[in-house]
Design a protein around this ligand. Structure first.
Ligand code: CTP
Ligand SMILES: C[C@](O)(CO)[C@H](O)COP(=O)(O)O
Length: 232
């Protein structure tokens, strides 16, 4: 295969929701079983032998990354390319990576250290087989309610049919040039991008859905750290 596969970890967030209750500092540097969350995430990606380089985008004023010891440092590049939003961090880091348009990029949240090797392998295999971008996701397992506020209380307005509803995870895998152009277009036109697939959808593409697993949850709230420690 001529084209390379790189990984890109947006790690420029502040983790405000994880700080509820008094924890301080960006969540990606908090230790889970004695190892910073970001290091667990880097390891999960390096585990895949076809990923040539892992590019990490941190905030320009990040004071923690220099103390974070990375495994296989020759396959890891750090860029001070964090932006105001996750999508800005992804775009800036993609440009900083200098990857070729035809290369593939796997964008994966620093906050998802529980990525399983079999899920990652399935995503890569499926996207290459079909020459089409795709994401890990899980079908919605529960009955879904739409809420409204009634006299200050959350109440149910309706039950939403869950058929065809999936929860988006990462990694999200696309050709570098196509993803860059989609992110640039969405940004120029003021479309809010919460994940890479939404930028691609905005440009008319229909990315593949590949089934992930619950362990790949995004560590968001303080209680999520203990659950992740259990899984890791
Ligand atoms: N400006 C930003 C915002 C987020 N992220 C990254 O995007 C991923 C997913 O975002 P989320 O879990 O929402 O992290 P935070 O934005 O840090 O969390 P919060 O919304 O609670 O502040 C994380 O790896 C986070 O570091 C980023 O690189 N740049
Ligand atoms: C990209 C993502 O992980 C998909 O679920 C997610 O959208 C990013 O986090 P946020 O909480 O939606 O900002």
């Amino acid at each position: 295969m001529d084209e390379k596969i790189i990984a890109l970890i947006p790690a420029g967030g502040i983790g405000a929701r994880a700080q509820v209750g008094g924890h301080s500092g960006p969540k990606q540097y908090r230790a889970i079983s004695g190892v910073p969350m970001l290091v667990h995430t880097v390891r999960a990606l390096l585990n895949h032998g076809d990923i040539s380089q892992v590019h990490i985008g941190v905030a320009p004023n990040d004071a923690y990354i220099t103390d974070c010891v990375m495994p296989e440092s020759s396959r890891v590049s750090i860029h001070r390319s964090g932006g105001a939003s996750r999508a800005d961090t992804v775009l800036n880091t993609l440009l900083a990576s200098k990857a070729a348009d035809n290369d593939w990029v796997l964008v994966h949240d620093a906050a998802r250290p529980g990525l399983r090797a079999d899920s990652l392998a399935a995503l890569v295999k499926t996207c290459l087989l079909h020459d089409r971008g795709g994401i890990l996701a899980t079908p919605v397992p529960d009955t879904v309610k739409r809420a409204v506020v009634d006299n200050g209380l959350d109440v149910i307005e309706s039950t939403v049919p869950r058929d065809g509803l999936w929860l988006a995870q990462t990694p999200q895998m696309f050709r570098v040039g196509m993803l860059r152009d989609a992110l640039l277009k969405a940004k120029a036109q003021g479309f809010e991008v919460t994940d890479e697939a939404s930028a691609m959808e905005y440009c008319g593409y229909s990315p593949l859905l590949v089934k992930g697993s619950p362990e790949n949850m995004k560590v968001t709230w303080p209680g999520d750290f203990d659950m992740m420690a259990h899984w890791l």
